[in-house]
Design a protein around this ligand. Structure first.
Ligand code: 4NP
Length: 148
């Protein structure tokens, strides 16, 4: 079994979407992959995903409402086969924390672009854009790592 952890800053906006989308594809394609998400920061530990992320996911048939934010830890770096950061600052933070071989989500079909942090955008539109980008990249990642 393969395992993947998606890591952003707060684990309330972007990485919960990546986890939810991956979970949906894994279920649909009957893949043997464990998936998780976490944040490098500790501000939102125990919180549900942000309202806009829950909404945009629900509009796309993905339920992330029961996820709870947690902070990434050293165990994650040995426990998961793939550590996937959502933007360049997540990659820097992961490297500082000692994660080896982490990959950026945007390197899978999105020209290595950052998934921008929608937390500081105003409105819902940013979340729709971020959802589309995460869906593209997560689909590509699962294709590359599972030959689906
Ligand atoms: P995320 O967004 O990294 O996509 O979960 C953020 C959520 C909260 C904060 C930063 C980014 N914050 O500073 O509280």
């Amino acid at each position: 079994m393969k395992s993947i952890i998606f890591v952003c800053l707060g684990n309330i906006c972007r990485s919960p979407l990546a986890e939810g989308i991956a979970r949906k594809i894994i279920l649909e394609k009957n893949l043997d992959i464990k998936v998780d998400s976490a944040g490098t920061g500790d501000w939102h530990i125990g919180d549900a995903p942000c309202e806009h992320s829950i909404k945009v996911a629900a509009q796309n048939g993905v339920d992330i409402s029961t996820q709870k934010s947690r902070q990434v830890n050293q165990n994650d770096f040995t426990k998961y086969d793939l550590i996937i950061g959502l933007d360049e600052s997540n990659m820097t933070n992961l490297a500082k924390l000692g994660a080896k071989g982490a990959l950026k989500l945007g390197s899978f079909g999105c020209n290595n672009e950052d998934v921008p942090d929608p937390y500081f955008f105003d409105g819902f539109e940013g979340f729709e854009k971020v959802y589309t980008m995460i869906e593209t990249c997560v689909t590509q990642l699962l294709k590359e790592h599972n030959h689906i």
